[in-house]
Write a protein that binds this ligand. Structure first.
Ligand SMILES: [Zn+2]
Length: 285
């Protein structure tokens, strides 16, 4: 599957000490049955109104109707918790096991499937947050709290009981906590999303694998630009073209692989293992 040019560049990369960064988006988890946030299933009906995720997934909407936002979040959380990692996720976990300290995973997915597949917490940057933490909606403290396990699975539209609602209160100020996810009307920050750290690593990255993302959000774009500026290799693994494709196609160090990530990633891992300059590590996955 690897062209001569890509094989040559990868062998050079293996001999160096620059980072391998994997940048993932909703496409990786779609094969595990998680609807994309902007997909049709993402719509939310309340009474006679259909809310788009861009409306409901906002701080503005939360301030007006926190219970509606939580209902939406809890239903999505239920889908995510039931889902299992696919071969795309497990291949990325294998890459971490192979590259260890040269590996970084940047994911826009909040579903936790990369961690479930075996990627480590400290090398995984969940730049849009995660479903396993909540925090004070008034920012009275910057502490992240574990999602209360007593709140169980929810059907679409199912509300919270009074007792469950109490579990979502901030222990410091009694305000209702919010999901620890980046909403559409908010900006990246280091404290909750490790965005500056992610960008710093992009500056040391010699090989960027883009998997299952359309490139519509700001930080992934900055990461892409940074790696390109430093002449890193970029391999884009997606079903179809995205906002990165044109520039990749025009570049000597950019490569497009079209197809399912659950099929292409296992092949890519196998091919990388066969390259010259390959130093096998002990593997436990
Ligand atoms: Zn508080």
């Amino acid at each position: 599957m690897l062209s001569k040019e890509l094989t040559y560049l990868l062998e050079k990369f293996l001999q160096g000490d620059r980072q391998l960064m994997v940048l993932t988006g909703a496409g990786v988890s779609a094969e595990s049955g998680i609807p994309t946030y902007r997909g049709v299933e993402g719509y939310w009906t309340k009474g006679s109104r259909n809310y788009k995720p861009e409306e409901i997934g906002t701080l503005r909407f939360f301030q007006k109707k926190p219970e509606e936002v939580w209902k939406f979040a809890l239903y999505r959380r239920t889908i995510c918790k039931r889902a299992q990692p696919n071969l795309g996720h497990t291949s990325i976990a294998k890459l971490e096991n192979i590259f260890r300290d040269r590996f970084t995973l940047i994911t826009q997915n909040v579903d936790g499937l990369h961690l479930k597949a075996g990627n480590s917490d400290h090398r995984t940057y969940q730049i849009h947050g995660d479903i396993d933490h909540i925090r004070c909606s008034l920012n009275c403290t910057r502490t992240l709290y574990e999602f209360p396990q007593e709140i169980g699975e929810k059907k679409q539209g199912e509300g919270l009981t009074g007792a469950e609602w109490e579990l979502l209160r901030c222990p410091e100020c009694d305000a209702i906590c919010r999901p620890n996810v980046l909403w559409f009307d908010e900006f990246y920050n280091e404290r909750y999303y490790r965005s500056e750290s992610a960008l710093k690593i992009a500056g040391k990255t010699g090989l960027l694998l883009i998997v299952g993302t359309m490139g519509t959000t700001n930080l992934p774009n900055q990461i892409f630009d940074t790696v390109r500026f430093k002449q890193g290799i970029v391999v884009d693994i997606n079903l179809e073209d995205n906002l990165f494709s044109e520039e990749i196609r025009d570049s000597r160090t950019g490569f497009l692989l079209r197809g399912k990530s659950s099929e292409l990633l296992p092949q890519l891992v196998d091919e990388i293992r066969k390259l010259r300059g390959w130093q096998p590590f002990e593997e436990s996955i």
